[in-house]
Design a protein around this ligand. Structure first.
Ligand code: UDP
Length: 389
């Protein structure tokens, strides 16, 4: 294959090939980012993770045309002295490693807090001490609940954007009480954001913070009982996919009234590549990365996924395709929810000229086609084994 063409940044200057230390490269986002960097750039990736199932096609072994471009380093950042060496070898570190499934926040709050705050500390420290750039993955959940959610249900101000649109440099972070352990994740993420911001202000760390708003697509999470524990609870896309593959009703938590905006992983990855290649425009900023045009309630998402899946699989939907469950039944005590998540896009538009492209219907078609193709046979086998035993 011919070498990748020279890349230009947004100001028309050539982009020199970088060495990138990508921590959490084996996860959902990391796998898509590795693929994109390998296919379209000349950057070198030091892929760090505890497992590599989602990037096996890139690293185990690396295909000949990627020789020298990507290497896998199996290590846990909690306790491995090789981490600093890898960060020193790289021009840029991207930290994606974290527990980020809501089912864990209230049931494993200690792991959640350690993984999102304590384990991220050495990464920030090594970047700061060695003058290395850091792109840190945070979450839209740092915004917590919207200001409008505290108004009476039918209050007209709830319809005013200033009561719900989430702005990086203006909106407050509003979490529930400590007994609602759901917020352990948001709170840990908020504190690591504040620490990185302070390293920038006091020690000159060059940083970019990314706040993903429900990025979804192929390889997200796991299907319980197939490539994850049968009692495991992934995020909503994988929960609903699992229900559809098994012919079970989709479970709506507390009525499915919460609202989310979903963005296609491949759109979001383009924003990350712009950050990587335009440090002058990305450093010192926090970026919302989401698709404000793809808003639905969870109930509407369930309806859309049911229709899309019926069309592509040829299996008729159930008479009652959805059932209601309480959050305490589904997640246990201490669950709470973000009511609504509309990202303000002003900063990312101005700095990087990025806009999401893919409408919800299209991204659900692509993703559910992948889920059906990848998992249908395995789910069938697993269900027949379970009923035989
Ligand atoms: N949810 C649901 N049924 C499920 C899984 C999730 O109703 O089987 C709801 C959940 O309560 C939340 C929304 O879907 O309101 C999105 O949940 P997800 O786990 O994807 O993560 P979040 O967006 O809350 O970070």
């Amino acid at each position: 294959p011919s070498p990748a063409p020279a890349r230009m940044d947004l100001d028309g200057n050539p982009v020199a090939p970088l060495t990138i230390c990508m921590i959490g490269a084996g996860g959902f986002i990391g796998s898509h980012l590795c693929e994109k960097l390998m296919a379209e750039t000349a950057h070198v990736v030091l892929a760090v993770d505890v497992y590599c199932d989602k990037i096996r096609h890139l690293v185990d072994p690396a295909p000949p045309h990627l020789a020298g471009r990507i290497s896998f380093h199996r290590l846990n950042i909690k306790n491995d002295s090789r981490l600093e060496g890898l960060i020193k070898m790289a021009d840029l570190t991207i930290n994606l490693a974290a527990i980020c499934t809501p089912a864990d926040y209230n049931t494993r709050p200690l792991d959640t807090i350690y993984s999102n705050f304590i384990d991220a500390l050495p990464v920030v420290k090594y970047c700061s001490e060695n003058n290395k750039r850091l792109i840190h993955f945070s979450t839209c959940e740092v915004y917590g609940k919207t200001v409008g959610s505290f108004l009476p249900k039918d209050h007209p101000l709830r319809k005013e954007p200033e009561f719900y649109v989430l702005k990086e440099d203006e909106s407050p972070c509003i979490f529930g009480p400590i007994v609602k352990q759901r917020w352990s994740y948001a709170c840990a993420k908020q504190l690591i954001e504040r620490l990185i911001f302070a390293e920038g202000a006091e020690n000159g760390l060059e940083f970019t913070i990314v706040r993903p708003f429900n990025w979804i697509g192929p390889r997200m999470d796991f299907i319980p009982g197939v490539d994850g524990p049968s009692e495991g609870v992934p995020r909503v896309l994988a929960c609903f996919s699992n229900n559809l593959l098994r012919g079970e009703p989709l479970k709506l938590v507390d009525g499915g009234q919460s609202q989310r905006t979903f963005v296609y992983i491949k759109d979001a990855i383009e924003a990350v590549v712009l950050m990587i290649e335009n440090p002058g425009r990305a450093n010192g900023h926090i970026f919302n990365v989401g698709n404000p045009n793809n808003e639905v309630t969870v109930r509407e998402l369930a309806q859309m996924m049911t229709e899309v899946y019926a069309n592509l699989s040829g299996e008729a939907p159930l008479d009652e395709p959805m059932i209601d469950v309480s959050s305490s039944q589904f997640y246990g005590e201490g669950y709470d929810d973000s009511d609504k998540r509309i990202p303000d896009m002003t900063i990312i538009n101005k700095q990087l000229g990025w806009n999401p492209k893919t409408p919800l219907k299209d991204l659900l078609e692509t993703t559910l086609t992948y889920q059906h193709k990848t998992y249908k046979e395995a789910v069938k086998r697993q269900m027949s084994q379970a009923s035989a035993s």
